[in-house]
Design a protein. Structure first.
Length: 505
RNA sequence: GGUCCUAUCGUCUAAUGGUUAGGACACCACCCUUUCACGGUGGUAAUACGGGUUCGACUCCCGUUAGGACCGCCA
C-alpha cells in the first residue's frame, strides 16, 4: 500500500489548495495554501485551486470570493482554478456532480460501497452505547447485508439512504513527507459515509476522486486531515487509482495551544490587510511557522521562500501564532518599501478617515482646511514616519496633525520635565521669535538657526524643543520639530505657537 | 474513552552523540536623542521529569508527566 514513488517522481508536480467556501480566508488556511504553492513552484510544477463547495448549506459565493481575493493579495497565484482555463476542470465540486455520480455507482456496483438506511437517531443511540462500553464509535455494518436489489427497491420507493464505504479490516500504511511512516488500523474506522446520495458526495470521496482526476501528485494539508488519509487511500484503491504523496503540516495554534480558530479571535486575512499588514510580512511570518531555512536569516521574499522551501525542514509540532513577531516583520517590510510606493499604499487610509479627498492622481484636498496637498508633500510626511510605523493604519494617528487647522492637546503636555507654566510660556515666546526671524523654513536652516540661538543664549535644548514640538504637533511622540515646521510652513507654525500661548493662558 | 502525535528561553526556532546549548521576536539596561521610532551595544531567559545505552545524551531507548489532533450524513 505504499505510495508509488517511481510514478509520482517522474510526473510534473501538482499540488492543490482545496478550501470549502464556508467562511472567510483564515491564517491556518493561508499556511496550508502557501506551503502547497511554495512546493509546487519550487518543483517547477502547477498549483491548483479547487473549491470544495459540497456543503450546500454553508457554502457561499462571497466566501469563495474572499478566499480568492485574499490569495491574490498575498501573491499566491494559482495556475488552475475556478476562473482560469485548465484541462482538469471544472474546479468547483458542485460542477462535478456527474463525475462523482459515475464513481459512486461504480463503487456501489462493485460492492465497495452500499446503501445504508439507518436513521440518524438510531445511529446516535448506537454510538452512545459503544462509547459507554469503551469502544470506538463505529458503524456496526447493519445495512451492509442488504442486497443490491432490495436496496434499489427501497430507494425507488423513496426511502432515505446514504452511501457507506465498505472498509476492509487491514492496516493502511503510507509514508508522509513530514510524519514519516504512518500506520492506521482501518478496522477502527468502520464503514464510513462517502455520500448522502449519488449526487451528494462527502469530503473524503470527492477529494479522492478529484485528486486523482486532477493528477495531484502531492497533497499538502493540515495535520487534522491525517486520519482522513487512509480513508481516501482506501477509496482510491477501490476505484483503481494510484496514491499521491502526502505531507501533513503541523497546526498553527492560538495562545492556549489549541488549533487556531474563531474562539482565539483568529481574524480573517482581510482583517490583516485592512490593519495595514503587508503581504510580504504575512507570507514571511507564516512560512516560518513550522518551517525554517536552517540558517539564521529571517527575511525572505516569496521567490526566496520558493527557492529555500522543503518538507525536510518542516517540524511536526504545532506553533503558536505570535502577533508581536508579525508586527516586527511588518515594520521591517514597511521600512523597506520605496517611499512612493508606501505613500500610495497609505493614501487610502487617509481617504478612509476622510482626512483628504482626491482631486487628481497627484493632488488632494485636505478636508478640514480645503487646502490642496500634492503627492510630493504627502510623501514628505510619510518619509518622516516610515520608520515609526508598525502597520499602515498607524499613519493616521501619527500624522493627522498635518490635516487639521490646530491640534488639540492638554496644557500639561507642553511641560518638559519639571518646567513651570511660566518657563514654558517663555520658551514659546522664544520659539515665536526664532521662527518669525527665520529667513527660510527649510528644516536644515531652521535647525541650525534655532540650535545656535539656544546655545548662544545658554538655554536648555529640551526646554525649548519639547514645547516647540508639542505646540506644533499636539502629541507626546512625533517626528522632530524642524522637519514638521518645514511642512507646516511659517504661517501655520506660528499660528500653532500662538495657540499654545493661549492654552497656557 | 479509543487511535495517533508532540515536548529546547515567554514565543518562533537552530544544534540529526562531543557547542560556554546558537539566532530572531518580546522584555530590561546603556548609547544616540527634545519625544517617539530607527540604529548600535550589552543583559535576563530553555533542553518537562525519572531511568537506561554510551567514554560522552538536547540528540538514541523505556517510563512518567504535560499538551495537542482526530474519532460527522462538515471540510
Amino acid at each position: 500500500m505504499n505510495s508509488d514513488l517511481s510514478q509520482t517522481q517522474s510526473k510534473k508536480v501538482r499540488t492543490r489548495f482545496a478550501p470549502s467556501p464556508t467562511g472567510f480566508l483564515h491564517i491556518g488556511s493561508v499556511r496550508t495554501c502557501l506551503f502547497n504553492f511554495l512546493y509546487a513552484k519550487k518543483m517547477g510544477g502547477d498549483f491548483v485551486l479547487r473549491i470544495e463547495d459540497t456543503d450546500k448549506e454553508r457554502s457561499k459565493p462571497e466566501f469563495e470570493e474572499d478566499i480568492k481575493q485574499g490569495l491574490k493579495w498575498l501573491g499566491i497565484i494559482w495556475d488552475e482554478g475556478p476562473d482560469t482555463n485548465g484541462k482538469f476542470g471544472p474546479y468547483r465540486q458542485m460542477d462535478r456532480l456527474d463525475i462523482y455520480e459515475k464513481y459512486a455507482r461504480q463503487l456501489l456496483d462493485q460492492s465497495h460501497a452500499y446503501y445504508c438506511f439507518c436513521s440518524e437517531e438510531e445511529l446516535e443511540a448506537k454510538k452512545q452505547e459503544m462509547v459507554a462500553r469503551g469502544h470506538a464509535p463505529i458503524y456496526d455494518g447493519k445495512c451492509s447485508n442488504i442486497s443490491k436489489e432490495e436496496a434499489q427497491q427501497r430507494i425507488a420507493a423513496g426511502e432515505k439512504a446514504v452511501i457507506r464505504f465498505k472498509t476492509q479490516n487491514k492496516v493502511i500504511s503510507f509514508t508522509d513527507l513530514i510524519w514519516g511512516k504512518v500506520d492506521f488500523d482501518a478496522s477502527l474506522f468502520g464503514d464510513f459515509v462517502i455520500a448522502k446520495d449519488t449526487r451528494s458526495p462527502l469530503y473524503n470521496f470527492a477529494a479522492a476522486v478529484d485528486d486523482y482526476l486532477m493528477e495531484i501528485t502531492h497533497i499538502v494539508r493540515g495535520e487534522e486531515h491525517l486520519s482522513n488519509t487512509p480513508r481516501q487511500m482506501m477509496i482510491q484503491s477501490a476505484l483503481g487509482f494510484g496514491h499521491p504523496q502526502y505531507a501533513h503540516l503541523p497546526l498553527i495554534l492560538g495562545p492556549d495551544k489549541t488549533k487556531l480558530s474563531k474562539r482565539h479571535n483568529a481574524e480573517p486575512v482581510g482583517y490583516y490587510k485592512q490593519k495595514g499588514y503587508l503581504p510580504q510580512a504575512l507570507n514571511n511570518f507564516i512560512a516560518f511557522l513550522g518551517w525554517n531555512p536552517g540558517t539564521e536569516r529571517e527575511m525572505f521574499s516569496m521567490p526566496e521562500l520558493i527557492n529555500e522551501f522543503s518538507f525536510e525542514r518542516c517540524r511536526k509540532s504545532g506553533s503558536i501564532f505570535n502577533i508581536a513577531k508579525l508586527d516586527w516583520y511588518n515594520g521591517m517590510y514597511i521600512r523597506q518599501t520605496p517611499l512612493d510606493k508606501l505613500t500610495e499604499l497609505l493614501i487610502p487610509y487617509y481617504q478612509e478617515k476622510n482626512l483628504i479627498e482626491k482631486i487628481s492622481d497627484r493632488e488632494f484636498k485636505i478636508t478640514a482646511t480645503n487646502q490642496t496637498i500634492d503627492f510630493a508633500t504627502l510623501s514628505l510626511i510619510v518619509s518622516l514616519y516610515q520608520e515609526r510605523l508598525v502597520k499602515l493604519e498607524d499613519i493616521i494617528e501619527a500624522t493627522d496633525l498635518f490635516f487639521v487647522e490646530l491640534p488639540s492637546y492638554e496644557k500639561d503636555l507642553l511641560l518638559f520635565k519639571d518646567m513651570t507654566y511660566q518657563q514654558v510660556a517663555n520658551s514659546i515666546d522664544k520659539c515665536i521669535e526664532l521662527l518669525s526671524n527665520a529667513e527660510s523654513f527649510q528644516k536644515d536652516y531652521l535647525q541650525t538657526h534655532c540650535l545656535n540661538a539656544i546655545q548662544e543664549a545658554n538655554l536648555n535644548r529640551g526646554q525649548i524643543l519639547w514645547p516647540l514640538r508639542v505646540a506644533l504637533t499636539g502629541k507626546k511622540a512625533s517626528a522632530g520639530p524642524f522637519e514638521i515646521a518645514e511642512i507646516l510652513g511659517k504661517d501655520l507654525s506660528l499660528k500653532r505657537l500662538n495657540f499654545a500661548k493661549k492654552i497656557l493662558g
